[in-house]
Design a protein around this ligand. Structure first.
Ligand SMILES: CC(=O)N[C@H]1[C@@H](OP(=O)(O)OP(=O)(O)OC[C@H]2O[C@@H](n3ccc(=O)[nH]c3=O)[C@H](O)[C@@H]2O)O[C@H](CO)[C@@H](O)[C@@H]1O
Ligand SMILES: C=C(OP(=O)(O)O)C(=O)O
Length: 435
């Protein structure tokens, strides 16, 4: 297990370019399975989860050509379905959450799919009912081997239908879209997730010849087509990384320009950080965060304590709540952070409390943060990164703290943040990787 040794209290300065979006990468890389033609994807981040997915597809018979540091061409003309029967496949697929999205394309193109329980963060129950109910509505049969924890789906004659999803699951919607694009007839998906990741996936599929309308809304209409061709696609900048850099700049009193952010695709993210009193300017395609000694959390109009809660898009993404929470520890004022979606994602506040933060964990979903307004700096300690976003929140805390911290299990951070130590060191941080 690797660790970071972080010297705190340093101010950063400079420009940083966000990586391509992790969660979009996982969707569109799975979508290459839908076509026998070449698909080129640019801005692919060099992170653990994405690399593991590319390796899995390669083992399945997809030819993978690296055109440059962030560009790959995939060709899924010859898929080895026998590989799905091996333990190697099951082990590799269960190493990440995104692998679940190979099921929709496999079902669409080959009429069959199999998967072990996917991995990803241990942040609470992560049910997959929406995925399988959607496949079943399209006519597939579904079997779950409880003992081996393996999901099987079969269905060579998928037919479009109307479906109302019981929850707007992000990966579930992506999976159902990919299963439906080549089904016979028309599929209507209501209560679809509509994150930018999904919008990007639909855009790519439409360029491949799919007929998806309603993109960006929660009502998608899909007219099935017989064949999908090759295409090229560029990932959006990672909005979670952008939000993490805003929080990092505020906490460390750094002046950072986040380049090429495509601000029109960030939804409510900049506004939420502004409500925390953080000054940020959108200049052209960049976000400039000036060095700020103080930032004051707003109250609601009636003067009551601000709540920041997650919600499905276009609400605030749950993946940035840990960053909001840590950033609030040095703000002036109080905020209630309400993590509605996941029940085990706030437990990392224990470590922040050990560092000197004033936080009350009200219950597994809610934490009240009383900002210190920099009257006392956090203290460096040794801690373990429990999940990807808490890991980065702890890194931000350590960078702002007095003294040195050690963060263990940084593989969690490496899942989704490309060369984070090197990129932040280039701006003046002191993060040493200890293997
Ligand atoms: C690989 C990937 O893309 N992972 C993302 C994806 O995970 P993933 O697609 O696994 O998450 P889902 O959207 O399925 O669900 C997330 C959680 O929210 C709950 N839920 C969801 C929708 C809803 O209407 N009501 C509700 O309560 C689910 O029960 C679950 O506990 O979306 C999550 C929610 O944005 C993000 O945190 C993950 O980073
Ligand atoms: C929870 C996340 O990832 P995953 O779904 O891969 O666990 C995340 O990206 O914040």
């Amino acid at each position: 297990m690797a660790s970071f040794r972080v010297k705190g209290g340093l101010k950063l300065k400079g420009e940083i370019i966000p990586q391509g979006a992790k969660n979009e990468a996982l969707q569109v890389i799975c979508a290459v399975l839908l076509s026998p033609e070449d698909i080129t994807i640019d801005k692919i981040p060099d992170i653990r989860d994405v690399n593991k997915l590319i390796e899995l597809l390669s083992d399945m018979g997809v030819t993978v050509r690296k055109n440059g540091p962030e560009s790959y061409t995939f060709n899924a003309a010859a898929i080895d379905l026998d590989f799905l029967e091996t333990q190697d496949f099951l082990d590799k697929a269960s190493a990440l959450r995104g692998s679940v999205m190979i099921l929709g394309p496999l079902l669409a193109r080959f009429g069959t799919g199999k998967l072990s329980k996917p991995g990803g963060d241990k942040i609470g129950r992560r049910r997959m009912d929406t995925h399988f109910t959607g496949f079943q509505k399209l006519g597939a049969t579904f079997r779950y081997d409880k003992k081996k924890e393996i999901y099987h789906i079969d269905g060579s004659d998928l037919r479009g239908c109307y479906m109302l999803l019981d929850e707007a699951s992000v990966t579930g919607t992506a999976n159902i879209i990919m299963a439906a694009v080549m089904a016979k007839g028309k599929t209507t998906i209501y209560n679809a997730a509509c994150e930018p990741y999904i919008q990007q996936l639909c855009g790519m599929l439409n360029r491949m010849g799919a007929k998806i309308s309603g993109v960006g809304s929660n009502l998608l209409q899909i007219e099935g087509v017989g064949y999908l061709a090759g295409t090229t696609h560029t990932l959006l900048p990672d909005m979670i990384e952008i939000g993490s850099f805003i929080g990092l700049a505020a906490m460390t009193q750094s002046e950072i320009t986040i380049k090429q952010v495509q601000a029109d695709k960030l939804g409510i993210i900049p506004e939420i950080f502004r409500r925390m009193g953080i000054k940020l300017d959108i200049i052209g395609d960049d976000i400039h965060v000036p060095s700020q000694k103080h930032y004051e959390i707003e109250t609601f109009i009636d003067g009551s304590i601000l709540t920041i809660a997650d919600a499905i898009w276009p609400g605030f993404t749950p993946d940035l709540l840990s960053i909001v929470l840590v950033t609030a520890t040095q703000a002036k004022g109080t905020v209630l952070v309400h993590q509605k979606m996941f029940e085990s994602r706030l437990f990392f506040v224990d470590k922040l409390i050990d560092m000197g933060a004033q936080i009350i964990l009200c219950d597994p979903h809610r934490a009240t943060v009383i900002g210190l307004d920099r009257k006392y700096p956090l203290r460096g300690i040794r801690m373990t990164s429990p999940d990807i976003r808490a890991g980065v929140a702890l890194l931000i805390a350590a960078m702002s703290a007095e003294g040195t911290s050690v963060i263990d299990n940084v593989e969690q951070i490496d899942r989704g943040y490309q060369f984070i130590d090197k990129r932040l060191n280039a701006l003046g941080a002191s993060i040493e990787r200890i293997d």
